[in-house]
Write a protein that binds this ligand. Structure first.
Ligand code: NAD
Length: 353
């Protein structure tokens, strides 16, 4: 089988996780690294054994790239995807797909009209516990699924673009509840219509750094009356949190994917502990393989395998659009103080009817 020749666009935090996720994917060949920062792309290319590429234009024109993994800040996703789709490249884009559903809809239209492969890189649902939860729900282990919960948090993002809420398109809700929203769709089933959303958000801690919400909660209500609650934080100390729960009329499923079995009490720092650990000494909880825990390897196996087989991956731009539509409704609800309906169809489809 011919390898899938992959370029990384954006060699920062998530670009590194994405490359590590590709390590064990048989068909994947990381051939190029593109980043506006010359030092970053050179270092990344040297580390992962691929060619550095300086610009998006060069990447679009490169005949030896089949699939581009978009790992850029939120405000650059749309234009990059539109250019890559026009150049006939397959695209896989990190979350959130767009800053809002209008952008996500434009991206969905671009890949649809160009007829190119598209994947939405929602990694959390490829965590092994969550995959098992989905299988158990499907097998009827907890009866009829009634409600799901997700809690994600950390003490605040690592890069300036996240803190500029106008540029990023939102704060903690957009950044983190994008995971929880897709987790809820993943468990309830994508054909379960999310009818409306109620949300609260506030800047409780980081008012000097951002105008965006640093804490938020939302309820997603399905058309059939069932619901998901998602709450997120950028002011939660002590390392990345990721707790996921599912309740049915015959049982419950609960996992905390942010802690493994390793518990350590250390008086001397020994370097990296875990994402956004906040402390290097005292009781610490190192996670030995964050790439697997965060689902990046199984996600990349699905994405690259799908590209190689000529099929759609589990998560496509249509899913990214659906998540953006839920989050748009949440932001409307934060402003109005009321339940807000979810737009289910991209604007271009409405216009095109
Ligand atoms: N799936 C997850 O759990 C997860 C985690 C973190 C970030 N993300 C997403 O990944 C995206 C990037 O976040 P990050 O944390 O990697 O940010 P980052 O700042 O660490 O990395 C972004 C990279 O993009 C490069 N870049 C900026 N402008 C560019 C341009 N015009 N052309 C080429 N390169 C450019 C920067 O030099 C940098 O190397 C965001 O959309 C974020 O939501 C997802």
């Amino acid at each position: 089988m011919a390898p899938v020749r992959i370029a990384m666009l954006g060699c920062g935090f998530i670009g590194e996780f994405h490359a590590l996720g590709l390590r064990y994917v048989r068909e994947a060949q990381l051939v190029a690294a593109c980043d506006a920062d010359a030092a970053r792309r050179e270092a990344y290319a040297a580390r992962f054994g691929c060619r550095p590429i300086a610009s998006l234009d060069e990447l679009c024109a490169d005949p030896e790239v089949d699939l581009v993994v978009v790992s850029l800040p939120n405000h650059l996703h749309r234009d990059a995807v539109v250019a890559l789709a026009a150049a006939g490249k397959g695209v896989a884009c990190t979350k959130p797909l767009g800053r809002n559903a209008v952008e996500a809809g434009e991206m969905l239209r671009a890949v649809t009209e160009a007829g190119v492969f598209n994947a939405y890189l929602e990694n959390v649902i490829f965590n092994p516990d969550l995959l098992r939860m989905r299988d158990m729900v499907k097998a009827g282990a907890i009866g009829r699924l009634t409600t799901v919960r997700a809690r994600e948090g950390h003490s605040g993002p690592h890069a300036a673009h996240f803190w500029n809420a106008e540029l990023a398109g939102g704060g903690a809700l957009l950044d983190m509840a994008s995971h929880g929203a897709e987790y809820a769709r993943f468990l309830f089933g994508k054909d379960a219509e999310v009818a409306e959303v109620f949300a609260w958000g506030a800047t409780l801690v980081h008012g000097e750094r951002t105008t965006g919400e640093d804490n938020a909660m939302m309820v997603m209500r399905l058309a059939d009356g069932r619901a998901a609650t998602i709450d997120v934080s950028w002011s939660s100390k002590g390392g990345l949190e990721g707790r996921f729960e599912a309740y049915g009329d015959a049982g419950r499923l609960i996992t905390d994917i942010s802690v493994g079995s390793l518990k350590a009490f250390v008086e001397r720092p020994a370097g990296y502990v875990v994402e956004k650990a906040d402390a290097e000494t005292g009781w610490v909880f190192p996670v030995p393989d964050e790439v697997r825990v965060h689902g990046h390897d199984l996600m990349m196996a699905d994405v690259v395998g799908a590209f190689a087989d000529g099929r759609a991956p589990q998560e496509t731009f249509a899913d990214g659009f659906a998540v953006n539509a839920v989050l748009d409704a949440a932001y409307r609800s934060m402003r109005s103080g009321h339940w807000e309906p979810v737009e289910r169809v991209p604007a271009f489809e409405v216009v095109g009817r």
